[in-house]
Design a protein around this ligand. Structure first.
Ligand code: SIN
Length: 289
């Protein structure tokens, strides 16, 4: 499970970058057969980000596809659609100046059991821009020196779901005011746990590969002084998204991209002026180790 392509009976897999990511053909999500799903799941574990084009699916069909990966993870801070609470509709209209997800992160890292996977289905996409970039945290881990790997082997991060430093410390409600549709979806997480300690280096529960587990929600490193944290986290953040670890997905209506939050960071590029509307479902994960 190292990004190498495998031979499949039903699907064809075309890598989109050297590090990770692949476009998959031969999948119809509106009528998904078990054999095809098994191959798709295998390809997803190998390539970490898989892109399916020209899918025509209803919210119920997207939900049925999501449930094949596990239970649904509900975003503690964001409300889903009225008729489909499992689906978060991400919308940005011309004139809006806040873009949901426009910083490097891995989904819901602040939860004790962060999301395993995220699937994003494009309903409307700009004619140019609005891509999503992904970075491969297995490659980021592998490229660290043995010295740094040894020094940080048992270190934990402290991750928070709101007021994170990468977003200037402001609350979601304040930050989202540049996009009223997204602001109207913000909710109080109540007594859900939204701060958690996680291993800086995690082991993928299905492939056994090590990954650097970092993103905008990670605020500090246990056992280090603030100045050391700033230097170490600063280095790890920029190292983790080196261009050679990334792939980039261009959206068209009908594109569905599925990524593995256990080994991938992502960044929604806020470079567009036309409407962009996506249906996003996250799948529940387990406790990182
Ligand atoms: C997200 O961070 O989940 C959204 C990504 C995107 O809209 O491209």
């Amino acid at each position: 499970m190292d990004g190498s392509t495998a031979a499949y009976k039903h699907i064809t897999v075309t890598p989109i970058a050297g590090s990770m990511g692949a476009e998959i053909k031969g999948v119809n999500l509106a009528a998904l057969e078990d054999d095809v799903f098994s191959e798709l799941y295998d390809a997803w574990l190998r390539h970490q980000v898989v892109v399916l084009r020209d899918q025509e699916i209803t919210p119920d069909q997207q939900l049925a596809f999501a449930l094949r990966f596990g239970e649904i993870h509900f975003h503690p801070y964001m409300k889903g659609m009225d008729d489909h609470p499992e689906i978060l509709e991400i919308v940005k209209d011309p004139g809006d100046n806040y873009t949901f997800g426009a910083s490097w992160h891995t989904d819901q890292m602040f939860n004790p059991q962060p999301a395993k996977a995220t699937m994003l289905y494009a309903k409307e996409s700009p004619s140019a821009g609005g891509d999503t970039i992904f970075a491969n945290m297995h490659d980021a881990y592998d490229a660290l020196s043995d010295g740094l790997k040894d020094m940080l082997a048992d270190v934990k991060t402290w991750c928070v779901g709101d007021r994170f430093k990468a977003a200037g410390g402001s609350a979601r409600q304040e930050r989202y005011t540049g996009n009223q549709k997204m602001a109207s979806k913000v909710r109080d997480p109540g007594n859900l746990q939204t701060e958690s300690a996680h291993p800086l280096f995690r082991t993928h529960p299905e492939t056994g590969r090590k990954a650097l587990y970092i993103g905008g929600h990670a605020q500090t490193l246990h056992g280090f002084e603030p100045a050391e944290v700033e230097a170490l986290l600063g280095f790890l953040r920029s190292h983790s998204v080196r261009p050679e670890f990334t792939c980039r997905v261009r959206w068209e209506p009908g594109t569905l991209t599925l990524w593995d939050n256990r080994s991938v960071q992502h960044y929604a590029v806020p470079d567009y002026k036309e409407r962009r509307r996506m249906h996003r479902i996250t799948i529940a994960g387990d406790t990182p180790f």
